[in-house]
Ligand binder design. Sequence first.
Ligand code: PLP
Ligand code: LYS
Length: 418
Amino acid sequence: MSAFTYQQGSLHAEHVDLAQLANQHGTPLYVYSREALERQYRAYDEALGEWPHQVCFAVKANSNIAVLNVLAQLGAGFDIVSLGELERALAAGGDPTRMVFSGVGKQAIEMRRALEAGVGCFNLESEDELERLNDVATAMGVIAHVSVRVNPDVDAQTHPYISTGLKDNKFGIDIERAPAVYQRAASLPGIQVIGVDCHIGSQLTSIDPFLDALDRLLALIDELATLGITINHLDLGGGLGVCYRDEQPASPASYIAAVKERLAGRSLTLIFEPGRSICANAGVFLTKVEYLKLNQHKNFAIIDGAMNDLIRPSLYSAWQEIRPVAASSDAPVRCYDLVGPVCETGDFLGKDRDLALQQGDLLAVMSAGAYGFVMASNYNSRGRPAEIMVDGDQAHLIRRRETIEQLFESEALLPVRT
Ligand SMILES: Cc1ncc(COP(=O)(O)O)c(C=O)c1O
Ligand SMILES: N[C@@H](CCCC[NH3+])C(=O)O
């Protein structure tokens, strides 16, 4: 059930024609579907049902405040990793008590602001961080609620750059070390232990690694109980994959059913931090063909979208489906590499795609709602794209295209030499 379907010969987002949006707002352009976002959030919320829970959307996956606001209206909490994400989530109407603060490098200024705002839980990633948080909280005369992000040393069987739960990864605290860290935390005046968390990687298609990690965390919770440390919540992080091509990821419903089965008889609040599985397939990236360059051994379609707008193909060799916006074309089908204007050989959005193309055609890169705009840069002094949220038959501009003036408005010339 996709929010992006062909209607009257043209690809639509819900009831809005993407060709019309490209015409009105220009390309490259990100377009999101509110319906798809809400549906994916509800898949988690409804599967958790009566079980005490929080679904904390991982802001890093898509941080547009309109996206966050749509989810906040449904009761979502947020997983944040920086002061910037905290302020965005607050500006979007997020409830700070339903936020978890992750990340390996939290600075004192970020801790202070999060404590002042009343952030629900700090997911601690190191022993140094625990000491710093205690110092900050005691200086403010408040108590910081914490969970230790445990590195359970399980193989998430995903791309090495997005695997996070192995001993070799920088994230979390070794599970063997965790009891000692909890004991230290429990002894500090500015700290109150409330949870245990982990996040083992992203784009996981099987639930087995999640369940392996869960088993290890449950054993840790039992060990902590013998030390007199009570854990109220279990946060399993994000990481559930989506279908980009032919992957068959577990659904939130089957994943959560398996987790609940393992938790039978325990009274633990469950927290999840999904990012990709909520928003990836709720967005597309629209781009236009500028030129065709036909060679004997390789055809290039030079498009106006580039690696600075959508870096996943260049960074991880990620495959995302590329569909023409117009359902039919008179042009011959050829095999193309779809490349952008950036001066890098690695600047491509797709390779070896059979498409019928001519200049001016519009293409939609599918599954672009997660880790798309948020990873965009200004490389080659390109302004970042605009973003649109479609809601039924309405389209709302939720971020204007970056202008040339904005590109260097914070820069300054040196004073004239005297
Ligand atoms: C701590 C943490 N939580 C949640 C997420 C969201 O992951 P995903 O988008 O794979 O659901 C990430 C990113 O992988 C993360 O590092
Ligand atoms: N940016 C990555 C996911 C990173 C997950 C961050 N913890 C991607 O596009 O697949």
